[in-house]
Design a protein around this ligand. Structure first.
Ligand code: HSE
Length: 402
């Protein structure tokens, strides 16, 4: 019998309890023993809930109980989760978490403590919710040099962008609808400004290259400036607009960025719509692969956490190797990364000449919007783009092309 403690009885924590109860038969079979929850840590009371009699308020009870070998952390946020998780690991307990802030900030350190204590720190649910992506990178694609990871990693923004495209609506209107439907938080900043996707691509990039990627080093742009007009242009180009977290290795240098991009019809990420996530991984031997599914939500995310619990129970007394060193990975300056850009500028009598003088002979894209000129650039660095566009009056917007 594996005795488990769950820290945090919110959406994901209660999902973990539900998955363990609903699938107890197959979970016991696959683990080789029953998995039972002994404690649920939460400051709130949940009278009438299935965990009413398991609730505790002091995390020390978990840390000090030798019967608890596996701890689930579903509290979210860095503090106090970091202190609780660290103490659990230091006391010889494996920890399974869905907490991307914690993993992105302290992943390398917690992995090192787990190794030292011969236990496991597992975090499948921290990226892509229920989609298997951490274990594939850590255990299945180990023969590959990963050349690119491009992910639609945030369900909220993907829902908003899909609605904007389908309804021809503007960002603010769709955000309001998403909030009413419960798909977006009342304070949507972490999602719409790309911070959530940034932490997730930082985790994937750290794992792919075995060193700590500081998410503060990743240039991040959200979707708040995307408009219905941008989608009209995208349609004209047989493309759509997606918020992606992207890391690439070229000539031995790793770059990472979060931004909206134009994705052409035919690319595997083009059809990833609504709240779904998709993660495109390119290996030097495998070529392209794609991981798709529910990247958020109670039961899909809880399922990934419980899969980690099973993995931890199967590996009692041994540490699963995770290559993620605390040495910092120096990312390439994003200004040196090349992209094609879709550009909209205000129209003036000499606009085409000015654009041509700076970007070469462009082909204007016309969808009948008065007073502006739109075009695509060649593949140029961000630095080159900035210096060229500075010579052209009044930029309306620019979106990178994938
Ligand atoms: N806010 C996140 C999303 C939840 O929308 O994808 C899952 O991390």
């Amino acid at each position: 019998m594996s005795k488990v403690a769950v820290m945090g009885y919110g959406t994901i924590g209660s999902g973990v309890v539900e998955v363990l109860a609903s699938n107890s038969g197959v979970i016991a079979e696959r683990t080789g023993e029953a998995v039972e929850i002994k404690y649920v840590l939460d400051l709130r009371d949940f009278p009438g809930s299935p965990v009413e009699n398991l609730l505790i308020k002091d995390y020390k009870k978990i840390v000090d109980d030798p019967e608890i070998e596996i701890v689930v952390e579903t509290m979210g946020g860095v503090n106090p989760a970091y202190m609780f998780v660290k103490e659990c690991l230091e006391n010889g307990k494996s920890v399974c978490t869905s907490n991307k802030e914690l993993v992105a900030s302290h992943g390398a350190e917690l992995i090192a403590i787990a190794k030292d204590k011969n236990v496991n720190f597992l975090f499948e649910a921290s990226v892509g919710g229920g989609i298997p992506i951490i274990r594939p990178i850590n255990q299945s694609l180990t023969a590959e040099v990963i050349e690119e990871i491009t992910g639609i990693l945030n369900g909220t923004t993907n829902f908003i962008l899909t609605k904007m495209r389908d309804a021809g609506a503007d960002f603010e209107d769709v955000l309001k609808e998403a909030q009413e439907l419960g798909y977006a938080e009342r304070n949507p900043e972490a999602d719409v400004e790309g911070y959530d996707a940034c932490r997730k691509i930082a985790i994937l990039t750290s794992l792919a290259y075995g060193k700590q990627v500081d998410y503060n080093d990743i240039y991040t742009e959200g979707i708040t400036k995307i408009t219905a007009a941008d989608f009209k242009y995208a349609k004209k180009m047989n493309s759509t607009i997606k918020l992606v977290g992207r890391s690439k290795m070229e000539d031995g240098k790793v770059s990472a960025m979060v931004s909206p991009v134009l994705v052409k019809q035919g690319h595997p990420l083009y059809t990833v719509d609504d709240v779904f996530n998709g993660i495109f991984v390119k290996g030097n031997m495998l070529g392209d692969s794609m991981f798709y599914g529910k990247g958020a939500g109670k039961l899909p995310t809880a399922s990934a956490v419980v899969a980690d619990v099973i993995e931890a129970a199967r590996n009692k007394g041994s540490n699963i190797k995770v290559l993620w060193d605390s040495e910092k990975l120096a990312l390439q300056d994003y200004k040196d990364v090349k992209n094609k850009f879709f550009v909209r500028v205000k129209e003036t009598p000499s606009i085409v000449d000015e654009v041509n003088a700076n970007f070469g002979q462009i082909v204007p894209l016309d969808i009948g919007i008065e007073g502006e000129c739109a075009f695509l650039t060649d593949s140029i660095t961000e630095r080159e783009f900035e210096s060229k566009i500075a010579n052209v009056p009044e930029l309306i917007t620019r979106i990178r092309v994938m």
